[in-house]
Design a protein around this ligand. Sequence first.
Ligand SMILES: Nc1ncnc2c1ncn2[C@@H]1O[C@H](COP(=O)(O)OP(=O)(O)OP(=O)(O)O)[C@@H](O)[C@H]1O
Ligand SMILES: [Mg+2]
Length: 450
Amino acid sequence: MRVLLIDDDINLGKVIGYQLEKYGYEVDKCSNGTDGIAQFKKNAYDIVISDIQMPDISGIDVLQEVRRINKQVVVIMITAFGSVDNAMEACRLGADDYISKPFGQEQLFFTIEKAVRLRALQSENLELRSKLKDKFRFENMVANSGAMQNILRITQKVAASNASVIILGESGTGKELIARAIHYGSPRKDKSLITVNCPSIPDNLLESELFGHVKGAFTGAIKDRIGKFEQANGGTIFLDEIGDLREELQAKLLRVLQEQEFDRVGGTKPVKVDVRVIAATNQNLLELVKQKKFREDLYYRLSVVPINLPALRKRTDDIPFLIDFFLKRFYGEQDYTISGEVISALKLYEWPGNVRELENVIERMVTLATDNKITLNDLPEYIGLHGHDAASFAIKIPEEGISLDSIERLVIKEMLERTGNNQSQTARMLQIPRHVLLYRMKKLGIESEH
Ligand SMILES: Nc1ncnc2c1ncn2[C@@H]1O[C@H](COP(=O)(O)OP(=O)(O)OP(=O)(O)O)[C@@H](O)[C@H]1O
Ligand SMILES: [Mg+2]
């Protein structure tokens, strides 16, 4: 590591420089602040060590100039014995640490290494955070169907506001993903997103978990403790499976939503917070309201902006894109292929577990496939009919019957997709003249992309 050492005490500079070099650091020395700053601009340093009291410009000025140029470099100040005020001021202005004269070699190295380690952790943390944000960017969500496009539009708009959001949808439809996208797409993105899975916390603990408690509020409350709402202050709280929240806590939640304040368990002073609430459930909340299991006022308060995630079977247009998305995730840089028959079978399946189930099925197929080629053999038995030809499982006839038009539409769309929207080829494969195909497409409202 490269060190810039700035000290007007030439002898001390020599000693420190010698010790550092012996330890493997590369050291440049300057004996006043002006030279120090000029030298800093010439080279890339990992660490700056500067005395505070110097004749021309002070170490504090050096610090400020260095920080203006570079926020990442480690800066350690040397202070005269007893001048703690100076040292504190330096830390406030961005020094990583300080060391008081006189100091020994171990103390010097300890201080440097501690500061370097802390910096490394900080930058790692920053990087992780930005990766996390990246992962939940709207662009990283598959939303090809009209329904999902619409949801993305609403989600993006609502992210910019402070409105409470309720996300409704069957299990595995992407409720948590949307909640994260809202937080990381909002002005609160640099503050915490705190997730609470309501049913996973025992009933008697949930209130304290959410709102905190004061010492002595109940047996076991040996000291004050802040809850999730306070942890989320300035940021967002995501209340998952809110349908399970018990009556008394619903009232408390309503108060937070209306007044942005609550009492800790056993507390006497209300606590003020600035928290955005996102809630989700796979239950039918309106039905719970009718059964008087969920407060109506809370329901309306939460559903300022309701987001209804459709089940995957209702947006089959997304399926090929999701397949692609997950395959790329599992295969990374590797090449792979997937047969059209597999895609057709996946499109026709009901997906009771929605996107999560699809993700699991793809992962399973990737594991089973030989030479990165996914074929019907890799499809779980319950999804496709193993070994049959594609046409024989392409049409599932519901018990109550099905209109011929919808079967025709299905077959035409399927063929168009297989031929990459080539109409002549589609007509040939369906054994009809091209103009008949065009006529039927028009009649059935199938849009042609060419
Ligand atoms: N549109 C999408 N694009 C990409 N991945 C998605 C999409 N929707 C869901 N997923 C993925 O599917 C999985 C399930 O999503 P998520 O956990 O958000 O669902 P959920 O509705 O919260 O489910 P549950 O009700 O079971 O809690 C996750 O791995 C998520 O990343
Ligand atoms: Mg979830």
